[in-house]
Design a protein around this ligand. Structure first.
Ligand code: UDX
Length: 440
């Protein structure tokens, strides 16, 4: 099938390459000429395991191309919209500027297709009610709208797109249109549906809500365990053992129960805030006041790590050296959007410490973007002469550090393990002062 993908960021670029992999003829369109230039060369503009090879392979095959010109997508039957919906400046709501701009640019190119209905398929995370409005806008062209949220995790984006846990379609109310839209999207995902991946069909608003409800649940799970970490810190209990014990109850499950510096990234923080803002507009803000607490607990973990570090250097940051291991919001990614690691590093630097930071992937980007920061190319280099070391993103490189050989690098061997990934006994035995999160 002929497919277009509007927006070639994380979501769109990976989706476009995966659709080409499924055998479709795909054009990715983005307003950013530099991004399009890189993608056209088969070079990934961000770090995502497996994406480089897939992109190069699909571009070479001739099934995948990229452009800044919307006129080039006119021949496609299915148009995916995967542009960003960031948090508005100075507020909690989602900024729909890019979604609206994408639809504005798409409208003049929506034409009837000889093989069946033309579809516009929304993948962006939007406030509930957005899809209905977009469907009305495209209705005069005869095209149909489907809301098909994306659940991919950075670091697993290709795998999550080709082999998702579920596929959700929000379809038009009209039964005939719903059937036509569903059949067309089934054709796009035929390979996935053959693998028995569950496909749930609903109205627009349910499909929109599935995405934000799932992210809210995940954020709640993380803040729950981080709240338990606070209790553990007050009592001398161990949150890692507690998480293991409660996680063995399969109604709870052991995933997303890692206490630490809390959640960050381009999705969970802004999605729960946009969800609260939307609930307020709908007059049901009380339904989501718990998410405010989820957000507060999350931010409190960052404060806690800053305080631990301050205590470790004797109460005053100025004149001290702090090593920060990690800048990306999670490993296997170079994404630093709302990164707890970077936020903590900034706050400590802002309090007068000399911060040296390192990250296997985000480091190079950081060095370019932030000439004010002292970026090291390795953990060992960052740790040299430090008064305290903070492990804030759980890259394998950091998890596998040897406490014996690194012991003599810092001025004071103090390790704050913000992700609970090191063995406290081993680090203490090597002569380090070790602090975990919610661990005695
Ligand atoms: C998330 C959702 O998982 C995904 O389904 C959605 O489509 C987009 O948002 P992502 O932002 O890529 O994906 O990262 P994820 O792996 O979910 O991690 C989010 C944050 O939570 C990270 O900062 C991570 O370090 C943190 N986290 C995760 C914890 O602190 N503890 C955990 O147990 C799990």
């Amino acid at each position: 099938m002929q497919i277009s993908v509007i927006g070639c960021g994380y979501l769109g670029a990976v989706h476009a390459a995966c659709m080409a992999k499924l055998g479709h003829d795909v054009i990715g369109v983005d307003v950013n000429a530099e991004k399009v230039r890189l993608l056209t060369r088969g070079t990934a503009p961000f770090h995502e395991p497996g994406f480089d090879d897939l992109l190069a392979e699909q571009v070479d095959s001739g099934r995948l191309r990229f452009s800044t010109d919307f006129a080039e997508l006119a021949g496609a039957q299915v148009h995916f919209v995967g542009v960003g919906t960031p948090q508005v400046e100075g507020g909690y709501a989602a900024d729909l500027t890019y979604v609206n701009a994408a639809v504005d640019s798409l409208l003049p190119h929506l034409h009837p297709h000889p093989d069946g209905p033309t579809l516009v398929v929304g993948k962006s995370t939007v406030p509930v009610g957005t899809a209905a409005g977009l469907a009305e806008r495209i209705a005069p062209t005869g095209a149909l709208l489907v809301w098909n949220p994306e659940f991919l995790r950075e670091g697993f984006a290709v795998q999550d797109t080709i082999s998702p846990d579920r596929i959700v379609y929000g379809v038009p109310q009209d039964a005939e249109q719903a059937r036509a839209a569903q059949d067309t999207l089934d054709e796009v995902y035929a390979d996935l549906l053959r693998q028995q991946i569950p496909r749930l069909v609903s109205d627009y608003q349910t499909a929109e809500l599935v995405k934000v409800a799932a992210n809210s649940f995940l954020a709640t799970k993380i803040s729950f365990i981080n709240a338990m970490a606070e209790l553990c810190e007050a009592t001398g209990a161990d949150v890692t053992q507690l998480a293991e014990a409660i996680g063995l109850d399969d109604r709870i499950g052991k995933k997303f129960l890692k206490a630490g510096v809390g959640f960050g990234g381009g999705c969970l923080p802004k999605d729960i805030r946009a969800f609260m803002a939307r609930a307020g507009e709908l007059g049901v803000d009380q339904a989501l006041t718990f998410l405010r607490e989820v957000d507060t607990i999350n931010n409190r973990r960052r404060d806690h790590v800053v305080q631990l570090a301050q205590h470790a250097v004797g109460g005053e940051f100025s004149g001290t050296r702090v090593a920060v291991l990690g800048a990306a919001f999670k490993p296997n990614s170079d994404d630093m959007r709302n990164s707890p690691a970077l936020d903590i590093a900034n706050r400590i630097a802002g309090s007068g410490a000399q911060v040296r930071i390192t990250d296997p992937q985000a480091g190079a980007v950081l060095a370019q973007r932030r000439p004010d920061m002292d970026v090291s190319s390795s953990a060992e280099e960052a740790m040299r002469d430090a008064d305290v070391v903070l492990l804030l993103t759980e890259w394998d490189e950091f998890k596998n550090l040897d406490p014996e050989t690194t012991r003599s690098l810092p001025a004071h061997p103090v390790m704050i393990d913000g992700r609970n990934v090191l063995d406290p006994a081993q680090w203490r035995a090597a002569g380090w002062t070790y602090h975990g999160i919610g661990r005695p």
